[in-house]
Write a protein that binds this ligand. Sequence first.
Ligand SMILES: [Zn+2]
Length: 246
Amino acid sequence: MSSSASSASSPTSMESGRAAESNHAPGPILLLGAPGVGKGTQAKELVKVWGIPQISTGDLLRANVAQGTPLGKVAQEIMGRGELVPDSLVNEMVAIRLLQPDTARGYILDGFPRTLGQADWLDGRLAAQIESLPVVAVSIQVNYNQLLRRITGRRNCPVCQTIYNVYMNPPKRDGFCDIEGAALVQRTDDTEEVFKERMRAYEALTAPVVEHYRALGRFAEVDGDRPIPAIAAGIVAAVERLRHLG
Ligand SMILES: [Zn+2]
């Protein structure tokens, strides 16, 4: 006991280096991947593992609008005209969110950066923060046909809200809920056409972001066609490995 007390009171540089490692601050983590790969689901799993916040730009935008912040008012006006909120506005919302003290040990960005412009902004911002750990990017991979089946196969029970999938998790009786027998419904945007449109936007805007972080290193791909806990374990292992690259 006395030896550990004395080393704690006068740590050598090597010992303090080890202490920082054993602290396991995960730092900034980007979750990347096509629509429907499960980024939001995995972000919530990682929040449980590391106790760091999930920052989703969709949630940030909704919160800013609901709270009537100056940025939220501008965003609401733009969306009211049916236009897309520009990168600069999203970046500002993220910047303000990152000032919150709960991000000190790290955070999980989910749905951001969505464009190369947002990625450049984030890289510049992190480079300006001397004490910040470098960003680690993890791309969740699910093949196109599997994603298509996840989305077009989805059916909801309007009574108990249970979600089925006609391919992967079908109800016992086709078209009806197992629990109370209500007729299942398909959301109007869970169609092949809407999916293809979202994939086209992803390929044009966001796939280059994945290539950007792949080229920078501290990048990993995990197989997203597995049970949720197995994917989460794969992401945790990838982040820990990338954090020890030195
Ligand atoms: Zn039901």
